[in-house]
Every structure is written in structure tokens, then in C-alpha cells.
Design a protein around this ligand. Structure first.
Ligand SMILES: Cc1cc2nc3c(=O)[nH]c(=O)nc-3n(C[C@H](O)[C@H](O)[C@H](O)COP(=O)(O)OP(=O)(O)OC[C@H]3O[C@@H](n4cnc5c(N)ncnc54)[C@H](O)[C@@H]3O)c2cc1C
Length: 293
């Protein structure tokens, strides 16, 4: 059956697709649409000894200017959504905010505080994304994964996913999230809509509107890394067209035509200065891939 499947790779310019609007070429992008294709792909990756990266909306991944040479597995074809009572199932390539919009129209509550996070369902699960005291893991019932090492489908409960702050089992294992089932609860449509509007308002007032990858570093003992970055005098610091935001010290923004390598240099500066001033080792939330130009 699998012998008929050929693997088609394309190259994609990350500065055209990442939310940072910066970065180099991702040389071998493949968009599988079935488990059979993933099976063939996993065999190829194992036999060729290639590195791989699963790619959602690239709202949390910095691809350096020299580009990424491994295999980039795009989830753009894992689409679709099915609602069965309080259970909402969707493909990992669906956009989180679109799923929340649809749930709101059906009076299904649980994800609305995450409205405005610009990634896919797969990226959200991998990162256990969250805000305003809610994490995506709180409404997850089942996650459907493809194990790239064993070339098999796996189904895991939220407990088995070992979720914690911005962490999940997906970060430890060679898993591709294919889809998810959420267990929601019922609420009035306008209550859900009000929450969505208020979280968007809070985001607009507290976060920069320029291209970014969201928070650069994780919280430190429940304190925003911005406190330490700003305390180290780095707010507004620029390297060429990348800048530590004047609005929020834990964001690096692209002022226009900025380079991913400069983003990384700013990250390294933040790590160095915060360590020198506070003795704190910041932990990266943004994943860095590829090589400098
Ligand atoms: C303006 C802005 C605001 C943000 N606000 C928040 C916030 O409030 N809270 C928050 O938690 N994050 C926030 N983020 C960060 C980011 O949007 C989230 O981490 C998001 O969940 C990443 O999804 P993505 O599809 O873009 O993933 P990507 O950036 O493409 O990938 C992120 C990680 O997930 C992995 N991954 C992606 N898809 C899959 C899959 N299907 N299977 C296995 N692994 C996969 C990637 O390999 C990578 O390790 C923000 C980002 C921006 C730009």
C-alpha cells in the first residue's frame, strides 16, 4: 500500500509565514495528509538519520537566518472539526482561535480565555499554551498522536500527556499531534463572547502589536520574566531592526525587515544581563531552530 506514496518536499521562506516575519529558508517542508504518508515519512527520516521539526503556525519557533536543513512536517492538512455534545474534536492544523469562534457559536465553553493566541491546535497542545490562569490541558480529553519512532498511532488521555506549565510529553518524544478531543461545558453564547472580547482587550493593552513570537522566556517562580528583563535595563534595547519591546519587556518585536539572528542575539543578551543582575537563568519559551547566516 505504502509503496505508491511518494514524498514531496518544498522550500518555504519562514519570513513569509512566521508571526515574527523573519528568518531563513525551511528547506524540506512536507505536508502529510494521512497516517500512511506519516508512516512512509517516519521510515525515511529514520533511514536517512534526518532531524525533523513539526511546524504549526510558527508563532513560537525562531528559524535562524541560515535556514533549517532538516525535515519540517507541516500540519496544514490535518484539518476538520466535529462536535458531538460537549465533545469537540479537531485536527491539529486547525487554528486555535477559529476553533474557539466555532465553539462560541455553539455555546461551548472552556477555551475562550485562550482567544487571540495565534497558533494551531497542535502547537497549543505541544506547548500546553495558556493565559489568564487557563491552560489548554484543562479541557483536553484525548490527544491523537503519531509516534515517529514506532510508526504507529497512539491515543493518550490528558493525564498521560504529562502536562505542566508550557510543557507536554510531545516535547520529550518524537510525536506528531494529529488531533485532539476537548471536553467542554455549556454556557450562554454572550458570556463566552464577553470573555473573548475582554481577553482581546487585555492583550491589546498589555502586548505589542508588532510581529513577534509572544513571550520569549517562561515565568520565573510565577513572576513574569519581563520584571527581570526590564529591571536589567533592557526595555527598548535594539539590535538593528529587532527590539525588546517598549510595551512588554518579555517580547522581542520586528520593527520591519528585522533578522532572526538579531532576535537570537537579543535573547542571549537578556539571558546574560538577567543572570548578572539577579543570578537567575531564564528558561526559553521560544524554540530556536536552524543556523545563523
Ligand atoms: C502575539 C503572540 C501572543 C502569544 N500569546 C501566547 C499566550 O498568551 N500563551 C501562550 O502559551 N503562548 C502564546 N504565544 C505563543 C504561541 O502562539 C503558542 O505557543 C502556540 O501554541 C504555538 O502554536 P503554533 O502552531 O504556532 O506552533 P509552532 O510555533 O509552529 O510550534 C511550537 C512548538 O510546537 C511544536 N508543534 C507544533 N505543532 C505540532 C504538532 N502538531 N505535533 C507536535 N508538535 C507540534 C513545534 O515543533 C514547536 O516545538 C503567543 C505568540 C504570539 C506571536
Amino acid at each position: 500500500m505504502n509503496s505508491n506514496i511518494s514524498l514531496n518536499f518544498n522550500s518555504v521562506d519562514s519570513s513569509k509565514i512566521s508571526t515574527l516575519r523573519a528568518g531563513g529558508e525551511i528547506k524540506n517542508v512536507i505536508c502529510p495528509s494521512s497516517v500512511a504518508e506519516l508512516t512512509v515519512l517516519s521510515k525515511y527520516i529514520r533511514e536517512e538519520g534526518k532531524d525533523f521539526l513539526v511546524m504549526g503556525a510558527l508563532s513560537n519557533v525562531l528559524v535562524l537566518d541560515g535556514g533549517y536543513d532538516g525535515i519540517a512536517i507541516s500540519t496544514s492538512k490535518f484539518k476538520g472539526m466535529d462536535i458531538n455534545g460537549l465533545n469537540v474534536s479537531c485536527g491539529s492544523g486547525e487554528k486555535l482561535s477559529i476553533v474557539i469562534d466555532i465553539c462560541q457559536k455553539k455555546g461551548l465553553s472552556g477555551l475562550e480565555k485562550l482567544y487571540g493566541i495565534p497558533g494551531t491546535i497542535g502547537g497549543a497542545v505541544c506547548m500546553n499554551c495558556g493565559c489568564f490562569d487557563t491552560e489548554i490541558s484543562s479541557v483536553i480529553k484525548k490527544v491523537y498522536l503519531f509516534d515517529m519512532d514506532k510508526a504507529e498511532l497512539v491515543e493518550k488521555s490528558a493525564k498521560e500527556m504529562c502536562f505542566s506549565y508550557r510543557k507536554s510529553l510531545v516535547q520529550e518524544k518524537k510525536f506528531v499531534v494529529i488531533g485532539v478531543t476537548f471536553e467542554m461545558c455549556e454556557k450562554y453564547l454572550y458570556d463566552i463572547k464577553n470573555t473573548m472580547n475582554s481577553v482581546i482587550g487585555l492583550r491589546k493593552s498589555a502586548q505589542p502589536s508588532m510581529p513577534s513570537l509572544g513571550s520569549v522566556f517562561k515565568r520565573v517562580d510565577d513572576i513574569s520574566a519581563a520584571i527581570f528583563i526590564e529591571g536589567a535595563g533592557l526595555k527598548g534595547k535594539k539590535i538593528n531592526n529587532m527590539q525588546i519591546s517598549n510595551v512588554h519587556g518579555n517580547f522581542i518585536v520586528n520593527l520591519g525587515g528585522g533578522r532572526a539572528d538579531d532576535y537570537l542575539s537579543l535573547m542571549e543578551l537578556m539571558e546574560k544581563k538577567v543572570y548578572e543582575k539577579y543570578g537567575i537563568r531564564l528558561v526559553r519559551e521560544v524554540r530556536v531552530e536552524g543556523k545563523r547566516a
